[in-house]
Design a protein around this ligand. Structure first.
Ligand code: ADP
Length: 305
């Protein structure tokens, strides 16, 4: 059996997470309770979910020429990811997210794109063949939009399936949407894209139809603990997720996306691929952190057995 090939194009960040009782006011200094760093970035989280769930995956991304960039590259290799298309950008820092979490569990986040901003169409250009020779391309919106569009154009010309996780939420040009085969917004992102509120199944069906009208065949609107609205060419239904004791939903969507694409490339029908992705995401919400929470294939198979 030949394995299908997957490319992920996206961001790499290191998350600095500090727990504090209350957010500081301007000019104020507060003493933190707990501090940790974890590898994150939507692109890297989804690449890791693909690698650990069993895909043959190449990741197109950028890190800085700092020590953390080198550490991240080593970890991605350990996660079964081909890293030859990850550029090390001179005199640039690796992307950073500074996250404060207060006593109520609310967060404020500042992101420095760092090396992620260097993933321009010129930087992507030498890797066009990787996309052309892949069976699928998975992207998010933490990379320059013109690069996302350039990669989708190459994919479309070469019958590579384009899967877009449109996060973080923003409006998108029709010229990009018409290149997309599968789109996976959460409720907020679906509303931002379509202007339709996704508070119930009727809203989900309407938003999915608006995305079909842009030329997208498969729409998956993730609904947190309620599961996902799956709509294929206008035929929609809710597929509930698994009930688990959730402790931290960071990277739940990223885990869902990575596992879903892995399952699609294995030839699973969409319903079965959703079940597989629900299982992976359900495991991830029972664990803390972004990449540390992403399960390996044997854990997903054991969960479903
Ligand atoms: P995002 O993290 O992008 O906002 P969602 O919150 O919609 O994404 O969650 C994505 C997927 O993660 C869901 O479709 C589901 O499979 C899983 N998930 C999220 N929250 C829970 C939960 N509390 N219990 C079980 N599964 C969950």
């Amino acid at each position: 059996m030949t394995t299908s090939r997957l490319t992920v194009l996206g961001s790499i960040n290191v998350d600095h997470i500090m727990n504090i009782a209350q957010f500081p006011a301007p000019g104020e200094t507060v003493i933190g309770k707990q501090y940790q760093t974890a590898f994150g970035g939507k692109g890297a989280n989804q690449a890791v979910a693909c690698g650990r769930s069993g895909a043959d995956i190449t990741f197109i991304a950028c890190v800085g020429d700092d020590a953390i960039g080198a550490e991240i590259l080593a970890q991605l290799k350990h996660d079964r990811i081909h890293t030859a298309a990850i550029s090390v950008i001179p005199e640039t820092t690796t992307g950073v997210a500074m996250i404060f979490v207060n006593g109520d569990g609310e967060n404020v986040i500042g992101i420095s794109a760092g090396a992620n901003a260097a993933l321009t169409p010129e930087c992507f250009s030498p890797y066009q063949m990787i996309v052309a020779q892949s069976d699928a391309l998975l992207m998010q919106l933490e990379s320059p939009l013109e690069t996302v569009i350039a990669a989708a154009e190459i994919a479309k010309k070469n019958q590579t399936k384009v899967i877009l996780n449109p996060a973080p939420a923003r409006e998108l040009p029709d010229s990009l949407l018409r290149l997309v085969d599968v789109i996976t917004p959460n409720e907020t992102e679906a509303e931002k894209l379509t202007g339709i509120s996704v508070s119930d199944e009727t809203g989900a069906a309407k938003a999915a139809q608006a995305l079909h009208d842009k030329g997208i065949e498969q729409v998956l609107i993730t609904l947190g603990s309620r599961g996902v609205w799956l709509s294929i060419n206008g035929e929609g239904r809710c597929i509930p997720g698994f009930k688990v004791n959730a402790v931290d939903t960071i990277a739940a969507g990223d885990t869902f996306n990575g596992a879903y694409v892995t399952a699609l490339l294995e030839g699973k029908p969409a319903d079965d691929a959703v079940r597989f992705a629900h299982a992976a995401a359900a495991i991830s919400v029972t664990r803390r952190g972004a990449q540390p929470s992403v399960p390996w294939r044997k854990e997903i198979d054991a969960f479903l057995a």
